[in-house]
Design a binder for this molecule. Structure first.
Ligand code: IPE
Ligand code: IPE
Ligand code: MG
Length: 250
């Protein structure tokens, strides 16, 4: 099935890994005169649309910033509401994900999540582990600095035990110890909500990502057409990786 608007993009040249900072739920809710949690609820529709479109288009990896390490500092009522929403959404959506051949993964300090959320998440991961379509990675209690630290600690342990030599630590070795493991680096990083910052997201993995900040869309309004527009913008950019324009054209 063709996703509406798909003709705007070249499906043979898709970003392998799209990462999204799903921002603006609170402001969206305020615009409606509602509580912040109302915005989070409406964000689910945008998540579903984005996952569905990514799977249909043939994107390999989609990483969604769902809850950051820093988000634990929000008022308890909001944190509890988000965790509750996580539990209900995962249990409601996993069957559909499985049907669509999506493989669910999670990165972050998963141990810090409430028991129920951890259980739902693990069940979903187990059920979908052999799926071969889109890999959907939820960043939960995640931060880029946390990730770099935990990778460093794991590497230090291996060096101490003699499993790894200091001289053998390459960029590849380091990447493999990050929570994203074998996932390729981020090609396209999208942030809704109008702020132009990374907010401690996939710091190492976004080293050469194309950054796309959407000023006019709060996350709950993000739809398939916006993902297609974002991919079209990605395809208009010239990725040079340090080389000259002439070098990459030839
Ligand atoms: C993003 O929306 C969702 C999470 C951080 C969980 P926000 O809740 O940050 O919404 P704004 O930025 O306050 O509008
Ligand atoms: C980033 O959004 C985290 C998520 C979208 C989950 P925030 O709203 O927490 O980011 P800051 O604090 O404004 O940078
Ligand atoms: Mg925000």
């Amino acid at each position: 099935m063709l996703t509406p608007g798909e003709e705007k993009i070249d499906t043979s040249n898709l970003p392998a890994h799209i990462a999204v900072i799903m921002d603006g739920n609170g402001r969206w809710a305020r615009q409606q005169g509602a509580m912040r949690i109302f915005g989070h609820h409406h964000g689910i529709k945008a998540v579903k649309d984005t996952v569905e479109a990514s799977a249909e288009l043939g994107i390999k990896y989609l990483t969604l910033y769902t809850f950051s390490t820093e988000n634990w500092n929000r008022p308890k009522m909001e944190v509890d509401g988000i965790m509750q929403l996580l539990v209900t959404t995962i249990s409601a959506e996993v069957p559909e994900l499985h049907k669509n051949n999506v493989k669910l993964k999670a990165i972050g300090d998963i141990a810090s999540l409430p028991t129920k959320a951890k259980r739902q998440l693990q069940d979903g991961i187990d059920l979908t582990k052999n799926n071969t379509g889109l890999t959907l990675i939820l960043a939960l209690s995640y931060s880029g600095k946390w990730d770099i630290l935990q990778a460093t600690k794991a590497i230090v342990e291996k060096v101490k035990s003699g499993e790894l030599e200091t001289d053998d630590i390459t960029e590849q070795t380091f990447s493999a110890h990050l929570a994203t493991e074998e996932t390729p680096d981020v090609d396209l990083l999208i942030r809704t909500g109008g702020d132009h910052r990374i907010s401690n997201y996939l710091l190492w993995q976004s080293a050469y990502a194309e950054l796309l900040f959407l000023d006019d869309i709060f996350w709950p309004d993000f739809r398939k057409k916006d993902l297609i527009e974002a991919i079209a913008e990605f395809q208009r950019r010239e990725r040079r990786f340090g080389k000259t324009g002439d070098q990459v054209k030839n």
